[in-house]
Write a new protein. Structure first.
Length: 118
């Protein structure tokens, strides 16, 4: 069984930084794309950033230049470095991994709260 455990969320002042981590465990053959989504209260879930197995990245326009997604394939972990945080970044952040395993597919983390105070 594949599990994703997120960490690193919390409360930060506007302009500050946080680093989210998402570690996968279980019997995994391969991890393809990894992504971070977020959902703010009363809003739809949105894609924040994604990274392929080869390291290619993409970002939502709202976070370009402030957020950086990376991954450590030796640790089955994806990171989201968030700098220059704004109040509008407040949301629950979810990691998603496209996993090849006994049961292949997209696996989601439990979510971690990020709150940016202005």
């Amino acid at each position: 069984q594949v599990q994703l455990v997120e960490s690193g969320g919390g409360l930060v002042q506007a302009g500050g930084s946080l680093r989210l981590s998402c570690a996968l465990s279980g019997t995994i053959r391969r991890i393809n794309d990894m992504r971070w989504y977020r959902q703010a209260p009363g809003k739809q879930r949105e894609l924040v950033a994604g990274i392929t197995s080869g390291g290619s990245t993409n970002y939502a326009d709202s976070v370009k230049g402030r957020f950086t997604i990376s991954r450590d394939n030796t640790k089955n972990t994806v990171y989201l470095q968030m700098n220059s945080l704004k109040s509008e970044d407040t949301a629950v952040y979810y990691c998603v991994a496209e996993v090849v395993a006994g049961v292949s597919g997209d696996y989601w983390g439990q979510g971690t709260q990020v709150t940016v105070s202005s």
